[in-house]
Design a protein around this ligand. Structure first.
Ligand SMILES: [Fe+2]
Length: 613
């Protein structure tokens, strides 16, 4: 008899479901990909239905259902925080209350409803950071590892530390609300005019344009940072305990005025703040990692929690050498809690053996854990909408055509295989192009994604060639695009950054692969190997054989504010609405110029449905 465990995360942001069958992750997906509402926090009904269909079961056949946090403890934090700031937090308290009373305090009832009352067992509620920690350790390739989780906040914990061994894990230390590296970063995300819980990437991307002139000020004034990476924040500068904003007016005095208003021009101040808070974050993470290495004596580190998506600080930890190996859960944010909760039940609670299957490099399966679609389904859809497409019977023929398009500097939407679990597109739902192209970064940002011009793109590189371009070890594995590495000197161009400030730095031709080289010569590398990436590996190889370059540019298949495409239909609509040249849907290839006239109204309708993120 098989054991099926469903993990759920929901009701905050990035709801998700994961199904583990006898220890194998059978399916995992975020609700937003189905509902087309970014960061959808509602009960993940669609994601659960998908997971059940992948296993061929109904909810009545589930053996265990685990939830990624403890709602009552969260409520306890809310009340206690309110009481300690009362009466000043009354407005935010009032704003939060209705949803708590209606839904969040009644998780078993809400989950029962979501599962249509078919599941008869009890629900297992794990600690928020327990779920993050489990998502970091259990899918990792390591027999034993130190565990570090960092995020905004769970119930009370904002960071936790511990050790995983075999099929068990133990968390030994934690940092508690309101002292939080995630909330500190989010406070500056807010202050620089980006949206909290989604604009953190933008702040990270903006950092290399600035100078970290506020670093000491942040460390001296806003916090008391200890050698072991723990800290206390001076809460008089923040407002997130009692108010509806992240920072208090006292913060404005330190940084020369009020927070930037969203969508207004970004000035040098925001760039310098971005650079400074990035440096402070790296300092906190580095101190914590070094302390953890020293106290646990472990060679391996695993990480999860939203802050573990900061690939710049991850890169620093990796290259610092305090740990020999680092593995980070690709769905490091709260969506990944669903996966962690299910894995925790199988290993830690049910005491089942944890053994890497033959030929696998970790338990995460490249994070290709979502839905896939057959050629027949795709052809049927394309015929229904009257799209013109070429169907290639063999992979060889297909890859020859698609790599040719990339070599001709075409922007290609690549939809193939299972959808990725986690915020990064890893080749399954990606927009790709030639990384050597000088125009590519701005074309992709402005004409394809309709987003800010400063945002960097990531390279996908054949793993065996990565060390020839980036400062990584030979055959270093970075399949989940979670660490940055510097571009090697020999690939940097002569043209200097000197005298260039702010966004002007973007105009400097930085390297032989400018489309994926950030202004500080860093790149968020994804290494591609044949075992994990199959056809995607062979596509880049075909491009390499034509062009001599083993690197392509990769970005998620979506426009600004849109969740990454889930179905062929989403991909086709996105293709029509943007300046993308070519769309690959499994073995079908669509060329933009060959498409029948595109209905402008339809395009407008499509574009207007996504809020700016
Ligand atoms: Fe979290």
């Amino acid at each position: 008899m098989s054991t099926h465990i469903l993990g759920i995360s929901a009701f905050y942001h990035d709801s998700a479901a994961c199904l583990v069958k006898d220890g194998k992750i059978l399916a995992a997906a975020q609700e937003e990909r189905f509902t087309r509402k970014k960061h959808d926090y509602r009960f993940p009904k669609n994601a659960i239905d998908y997971c059940l269909s992948e296993a061929g079961i109904t909810a009545s056949q589930l053996d265990h259902v685990a939830f990624y946090d403890k709602p009552l403890l969260k409520f306890d934090r809310l009340l206690e925080t309110y009481l300690s700031y009362a009466p000043s937090g009354f407005r935010s308290f009032l704003k939060a209350m209705p949803l708590w009373l209606r839904q969040k305090l009644h998780h078993p009832r809400e989950i029962d409803k979501g599962l249509e009352k078919q599941y008869k067992g009890r629900y297992i509620f794990l600690g928020h950071h327990e779920s993050h920690a489990a998502s970091a350790f259990f899918p990792s390739p390591f027999e034993e590892a130190a565990i570090l989780t960092l995020d905004g906040v769970g119930e009370w914990a904002t960071s936790s530390m511990g050790v995983g061994r075999g099929n068990r894990m133990e968390l030994t230390h934690e940092l508690r609300f309101p002292h939080s590296v995630g909330l500190l970063y989010s406070a500056f995300t807010y202050f620089t005019g980006f949206r909290v819980n989604s604009g953190e990437y933008k702040l990270m991307g903006l950092a290399p344009y600035g100078d970290p002139i506020y670093t000491d000020l942040i460390i001296d004034k806003l916090m008391d940072l200890k050698e072991d990476g723990s800290f206390r924040l001076d809460m008089s500068y923040f407002n997130y305990c009692q108010g509806l904003t992240m920072t208090s007016p006292k913060m404005d005095g330190l940084f020369g005025g009020a927070p930037r208003v969203a969508e207004t021009p970004i000035t040098q101040r925001e760039m310098d703040i971005a650079a400074s808070i990035q440096k402070v974050t790296e300092e906190i993470v580095m101190r914590t990692a070094r302390h953890l290495a020293k106290t646990t004596g472990m060679k391996n580190l695993v990480m999860a929690g939203g802050v573990a998506l900061n690939c710049v600080s991850n890169g620093k930890v990796l290259r610092d050498g305090c740990f020999e190996n680092v593995w980070i859960q690709p769905a490091a944010g709260d969506a990944g809690g669903a996966l962690g909760a299910a894995m925790f039940v199988w290993h830690h609670l049910l005491d089942n053996e944890r053994k890497l299957p033959e030929g696998e490099q970790d338990f995460q399966q490249g994070s290709y854990l979502g839905p896939k679609f057959s050629n027949d389904e795709i052809k049927k859809y394309l015929e229904k909408v009257g799209a013109k497409y070429h169907y290639y019977e063999t992979e060889e023929e297909l890859l020859d055509v698609v790599s040719g398009h990339i070599n001709n500097e075409k922007v290609v939407g690549n939809f193939h295989g299972r959808m990725e679990f986690g915020p990064r597109a890893l080749g399954g739902r990606s927009i790709i192009g030639d990384a050597r192209s000088i125009e590519m970064q701005s074309v992709m940002n402005l004409k394809i994604k309709f987003r800010e011009s400063f945002r960097p793109f990531a390279p996908c590189v054949l793993r065996e060639h990565a060390h020839k371009y980036f400062q990584v070890r030979e055959n270093e594995d970075a399949p989940y695009m979670l660490t940055v590495a510097p571009v090697l000197d020999e690939h940097r161009t002569e043209e200097s950054m000197e005298g260039k400030t702010g966004l002007d730095r973007l105009k400097v031709n930085r390297s032989s692969i400018p489309a994926v080289t950030h202004v500080d010569y860093s790149a968020r590398v994804q290494t591609i190997d044949e075992q994990r990436h199959g056809r995607y590996y062979r596509l880049i190889k075909a491009f390499y054989e034509k062009s001599g370059s083993p690197i392509i540019i990769n970005t998620s298949f979506n426009i600004r504010g849109e969740p990454i495409v889930g179905k062929p239909e989403d991909a086709y609509k996105c293709f029509l609405a943007t300046n993308m040249d070519v769309l690959v849907l499994e073995n079908c290839v669509l060329v933009k110029d060959e498409q029948p006239t595109i209905d402008k109204n339809e395009v407008e309708k499509y574009l207007s449905q996504f809020d700016l993120d």
